[in-house]
Design a protein around this ligand. Sequence first.
Ligand SMILES: NC(=O)c1ccc[n+]([C@@H]2O[C@H](COP(=O)([O-])OP(=O)(O)OC[C@H]3O[C@@H](n4cnc5c(N)ncnc54)[C@H](O)[C@@H]3O)[C@@H](O)[C@H]2O)c1
Length: 336
Amino acid sequence: MKVLVTGGCGYIGTHTLVDLISAGFEVVCLDSNICSDEKILKGVSSITGMVVPNHKVDLCDREALREVFLQNQIDAVIHFAALKQVYESVKKPLLYYQNNINSLLNLLFCLKEFSVSHFIFSSSCSVYGKVESLPVTEETPMGEIESPYANTKKMGEEILRDFYHIFHQKCVLLRYFNPVGAHETGEIGETPFGPPQNLAPIIMQTALGTREKLVVHGDDYSTRDGTCIRDYIHVMDIAHAHTKALEYSVAACEKSFCEVFNLGTGKGVTVLEAIRAFESVSGKKLRYDVGPRREGDVPAIYANNTKAQEKLLWSPERTIEDMMLSAWKWEAKRAK
Ligand SMILES: NC(=O)c1ccc[n+]([C@@H]2O[C@H](COP(=O)([O-])OP(=O)(O)OC[C@H]3O[C@@H](n4cnc5c(N)ncnc54)[C@H](O)[C@@H]3O)[C@@H](O)[C@H]2O)c1
């Protein structure tokens, strides 16, 4: 099967290329490189032994996208490409709606024109907004959406629900919790474009000394140590879920469906626990201050991943220590 991976030069895209290739899928990478550098594909090649060229195409350009479909017999699409900075999206909502929604629409036009039956969409736990009960299942009622970015994911899901039963599409919507870590080899990993907002890259910058210290946003939440709880999940576990989702879609007897799955470990980790995990695997002490709470942060969110375990036959295998160690290996290599 030939799988088009949009956003294939990005963080989760590169790791998924590796997992797909190891599972025997043929891959076609597409990325405009608006938030990435295609040199990262050298890392994919050195892990897999396969050269993966990039189609440098903006998904908002439908004619250029059609060319990629005309040149390749695509059987399935995994759609990672999107802008993903929550705080930037609050300042530039139109940019986010224009890029993330138009990209999806153009892809769906191509899916229909070229009769591609399998589609996997990168969604996010941010679609749940502020939830009332934990852990979050796929049925948990959604709270108020907190950013234009999250809204593009929610709207994307809704567009796909409208699309699938009319065009006999098999859609898998994967709601990621907090992807962290890097490939075990340290050949690929996360390269934040602009100042990072997520904990792991901030930890790495602090350890490398490019940031003097990190700020823990609030230690007075009603959690076990007062800091926020998130469901960190190893990026290779997330990547493997895409391979499992594709296999699930191919094996499914139904002609069309649209199914949603949470991708989290099901275990919440506090900010201080994540810091300690990093310190224990790296042997480095991190400097941090406790600052005020950050607007919009929920005290805790973590997934119930039973549905993915039962239906996709997927379960996360790596610990928070594995996440920190692999991320550190990648950062240390990159810093050389
Ligand atoms: N990393 C996370 O914490 C996280 C959490 C939940 C959901 N997601 C979603 O997962 C997906 C992948 O995330 P990531 O962390 O790998 O992001 P990333 O920024 O590393 O990768 C996204 C890639 O998409 C490309 N891209 C963006 N717009 C494009 C366009 N119009 N045409 C072609 N390419 C375009 C970028 O150049 C980039 O390489 C995104 O949809 C993101 O919203 C990520």
